[in-house]
Design a protein around this ligand. Structure first.
Ligand code: SAM
Length: 199
């Protein structure tokens, strides 16, 4: 059954278009310190992560950028794969401290950065946005920004829970890049979709 929030927000997003979910950096830090995001490590969040794991295993990137990586839960799952390097970036210093403590190693590193302010002279075979795109103010501009860091024939993976907000966002992303494949999943934490974009 549709929640009351979805019932109200559905028409609002259809009328007004995509609006980000606004959360301050202080709130992110506090939530990570308080363990509010620990559920991302639970069995109820596996399906979405498994969809990404499957695509990464299939596409075999050497170099991976995980934007909005949080405490590195996805990086921890991807460790079974033979990538050469994975860089995770997140706006929360607390999340990055936890990611470094749990998952940093010779090929996996993490850094604090606002997604839209991220700069590097490196390029990547795969750029992942797992459950973070709907916090960003202008997802189309974000995708354009990250095209500079994508190697030729690279892929962008976007995974998002299903909501009125994300339903308003997918068409914006699809105006920027072609969808090569998509997987929908249903898990205890809700339904969602992972899409593989090709420039
Ligand atoms: C729902 S959590 C998902 C974390 C991680 N991708 C995972 O699946 O475990 C959303 C993450 O987006 C990050 N985030 C939100 N706004 C951001 C921004 N402007 N730049 C970078 N990261 C951001 C938050 O700090 C948080 O870690």
């Amino acid at each position: 059954m549709k929640s009351v929030k979805e019932f109200i927000s559905g028409p609002a997003f259809r009328l007004l278009g995509y609006r980000p979910q606004r959360v301050s950096v202080d709130a992110w830090d506090r939530e990570y310190r308080d363990g509010d995001w620990k559920y991302l490590e639970s069995i109820g969040s596996i399906a979405g992560q498994a969809s990404i794991l499957g695509y990464v295993q299939f596409l075999k990137p050497d170099t991976v950028l995980d934007v909005g990586c949080g405490a590195g839960v996805l990086a921890g799952k991807l460790k079974v794969l033979p990538f050469k390097s994975l860089l995770g970036v997140d706006i929360s210093a607390e999340a990055i401290a936890q990611a470094n403590a749990a998952f940093a190693d010779g090929r996996t590193s993490f850094a604090v950065s606002d997604a839209d302010g991220f700069e590097t002279d490196r390029t990547f075979d795969m750029i992942i946005f797992n459950q973070c795109m709907y916090y960003l103010p202008d997802p189309r501009a974000t995708l354009r920004h990250y095209m500079r860091f994508l190697k030729p024939n690279g892929r962008v993976l976007v995974s998002m829970c299903d909501s009125a907000r994300t339903r308003a966002m997918w068409p914006l992303l699809e105006r920027e890049m072609a969808v090569e494949d998509a997987m929908t999943f249903a898990q205890s934490e809700g339904r969602g979709t992972t899409k593989v974009f090709k420039p």
